[in-house]
Design a protein around this ligand. Structure first.
Ligand code: ZN
Length: 248
């Protein structure tokens, strides 16, 4: 399923920290919004353990929120939600799952985009514990809670009716789970610009850019895209598609 495929009108993207979506999926998001898809972001923690300046601690949450808003704007996203969980302490709790279910039922997206719940042993830095928690929280929210009218009954009472999510896309997946590449050659500069906006997180901007560009080209090569192309890669899961059988 390519980003401009007819039928995808709304996407809801989840991340543990400000900057995660930009590293994982901002090129695809930019292609979606350019094709008229409405994309919303939900960032679960305040990113308050990030950055490199010891003196910065008090202002870092606000700074990282404004960096994320500016980076989102660059790829056409203006609807942002911040859950305000503590950086480094994101946990799979019924309270956070309920907040995610509420947002899914409100936005009613065709695609839920999330970090992956499984650890990548080849590159453990990609599997920050908050990233894994984000993946597990979203997966539990998508199935079964969002579509079960008897899960969190207070939500239905508030008018947030059960909703079946068609597609769940994961970024930051372990390599053996990746099953879909999106050619982002047309939006790679927008993605890099969005990443650069998180200035508080980059001790070595040039080194970061070189590494990201080479990773994107490697993704494209692995998926057989034309020489020199850049790609973001995903683990795409059909949750409620034509193939889905209720109860199995
Ligand atoms: Zn992160």
């Amino acid at each position: 399923m390519e980003p401009s495929v007819p039928g995808v009108k709304r996407v809801l993207a989840f991340a543990a920290h400000p900057d995660d979506i930009d590293f994982g999926a901002a090129g695809t998001v930019a292609a979606w919004t350019a094709a008229g898809v409405e994309v919303s972001y939900c960032v679960m923690t305040s990113g308050d353990a990030g950055g490199f300046e010891a003196g910065d601690r008090d202002g870092i949450s606000g700074l990282r929120r404004s960096e994320q808003r500016a980076a989102a704007e660059l790829v056409g996203v203006r609807d942002l939600h911040f859950l305000g969980e503590r950086d480094g302490f994101l946990a799979v709790t019924p309270e956070v799952v309920e907040k995610v279910v509420a947002l899914i039922r409100r936005v009613r997206p065709d695609v839920v985009l999330s970090m992956h719940p499984e650890r990548n042993w080849e590159r453990i830095q990609a599997s920050h514990p908050d990233h894994l928690a984000c993946g597990e929280i979203v997966t539990r929210a998508v199935y079964p809670a969002a579509e079960n009218p008897f899960a969190f009954p207070q939500l239905a009472e508030q008018g947030l009716q059960a909703y079946k999510v068609p597609w769940l896309w994961f970024y930051g997946a372990p390599r053996e789970r990746e099953n879909h590449a999106v050619d982002i050659s047309a939006t790679v500069e927008q993605k890099l610009a969005a990443i650069r906006i998180h200035a508080s997180q980059h001790p070595d901007l040039a080194g970061m850019e070189t590494a990201v560009r080479s990773m994107l080209r490697d993704n494209a090569r692995r998926f057989g895209l034309p020489n020199g192309a850049s790609a973001e890669v995903f683990h795409v899961v059909g949750v409620n598609t034509e193939q889905t059988i209720a109860g199995f």
